[in-house]
Design a protein around this ligand. Structure first.
Ligand SMILES: C[C@H]1O[C@H](OP(=O)(O)OP(=O)(O)OC[C@H]2O[C@@H](n3cnc4c(=O)[nH]c(N)nc43)[C@H](O)[C@@H]2O)[C@@H](O)[C@@H](O)C1=O
Length: 372
């Protein structure tokens, strides 16, 4: 998929007006950073479904990194149908952020881009802080100055994280103190407070969504849920036998990413900006995830899993369990997919993937040792 720029805008959408007629209303425009990630892809599908035009910033990479949105990509030459548009930009590049805001003139900005892997943030702390903390500040400042110069209204969503609560015991709500336990989490705390400050200092409509872990078949393969379901599929079809994990006693509040993007959007549809916790209010250990997933395919995880110290973190977050009562009450949001359903959805998809891999291996087109 090629990226594009300066594509003419599809200006309007037809909406029923309740009188049996239709009226032409201007199409809403969203700008999404992190559009190629799990959340970016679900949010884009959601916004397109609501009639939005969605612009995404993508980072230059020598490999294509658009796999999660290829299925919704329409050739930009098809101006009437192409409502998702991609542009090269980066949270590390302030000038690109301001330029795309001026060009795209979005109604809503969703800042989802991040170096989002907690363990990796210990390896590359500077980079993590630059993108996650300073990147959010750059985008907020670009939005603020764009508003001042254009006189337009722009609403801003900041992707916060339950990692910010760190070692503060559950249940965690909007009023729970933060105690971050990694460079990633500390950077998210900074981004959270930059967002609050821009709201208070400049009256910006800016919201923090404090999202607990959210997973899906599109989850990156080095996060624990997907690492497990990917390996499980391969074990089931005979492509591997072992799975190496770290601390399986850690407990997380795991929801479905497809449900959580709706809450992001709802935050920007209110009269006033605010901060909201998004969670299922249930917590399960990694070991429980293993029980349910392996059990679903009739396997015992103890026959396959080995603990490897290299996956332990210098400081761990032991127990996260959200209290989402404010979000339920104020936004009318609640999760639709429960823990077991989520696990099974991920196992089903990864079993299919493994079966396809097996065909390639059997035909000699792929090496079974080639790790996903
Ligand atoms: C909300 C929050 O959610 C995510 O952060 P995370 O909770 O660190 O996610 P994870 O899947 O990497 O780890 C979950 C737990 O599982 C333990 N664990 C054991 N063994 C392995 C293992 O082998 N790999 C990994 N990755 N984790 C392992 C690990 O030690 C931890 O306790 C990100 O989206 C982040 O961006 C975010 O904002």
């Amino acid at each position: 998929m090629a990226s594009q720029d300066n594509v003419p805008r599809s200006d309007s959408t037809t909406t029923p007006n309740g009188n049996g007629n239709s009226e032409i209303v201007p199409r809403k425009i969203a700008l999404v950073t992190g559009i190629t990630g799990q959340d970016g892809s679900y949010l884009t599908e959601f916004l397109l479904g609501k009639g939005y035009e969605v612009h995404g910033l993508i980072r230059r990479s020598s490999n294509f990194n658009t796999q999660r949105i290829n299925h919704i990509y329409v050739d930009p030459h098809n101006v009437n149908k192409a409502r998702m548009k991609l542009h090269y930009g980066d949270l590390a590049d302030a000038s690109s952020l301001r330029r795309w805001l001026d060009e795209i003139k979005p109604d809503e900005v969703y800042n989802l881009a991040a170096q989002s892997h907690v363990a990796v943030s210990f390896e590359i702390p500077d980079y993590t802080a630059d993108v996650v903390a300073t990147g959010a500040l750059r985008l907020l400042e670009a939005v603020r100055s764009h508003i001042v110069d254009s006189g337009r209204t722009v609403k801003y969503y900041q992707a916060g994280s339950s990692e910010m609560f760190g070692s503060t015991p559950p249940p965690q709500s909007e009023t729970t103190p933060f105690h971050p336990r990694s460079p990633y989490a500390a950077s998210k705390v900074a981004a959270h407070w930059y967002t609050v400050n821009y709201r208070e200092a400049y009256g910006l409509y800016a919201c923090n969504g404090i999202l607990f872990n959210h997973e899906s078949p599109r989850r990156g393969e080095n996060f624990v849920t997907r690492k497990i379901t990917r390996a499980l599929g391969r074990i089931k079809v005979g492509l591997q036998t072992k799975l190496f994990l770290g601390n399986i006693q850690a407990s997380r509040d795991w929801g479905f990413a497809g449900d959580y993007v709706e809450a992001m959007w709802l935050m920007l549809q209110q009269d006033k900006p605010d901060d909201y916790v998004v969670a299922t209010e249930e917590s399960h250990t990694v070991e429980e995830f293993l029980d349910v997933s392996f059990g679903y395919l009739g396997l015992n995880w103890k026959d396959h899993v080995e603990i490897d110290k290299r996956y332990f973190r210098p400081t761990e977050v032991d127990n996260l369990k959200g209290d989402a009562s404010k979000t339920k009450e104020m936004l009318g949001w609640k999760p639709k997919v429960g823990f077991e359903q989520l696990v099974k959805m991920m196992v089903d998809e990864d079993l299919e993937l493994a079966k396809r891999e097996k065909v390639l291996v059997d035909a000699g087109y792929m090496d079974a040792k080639q790790q996903p």
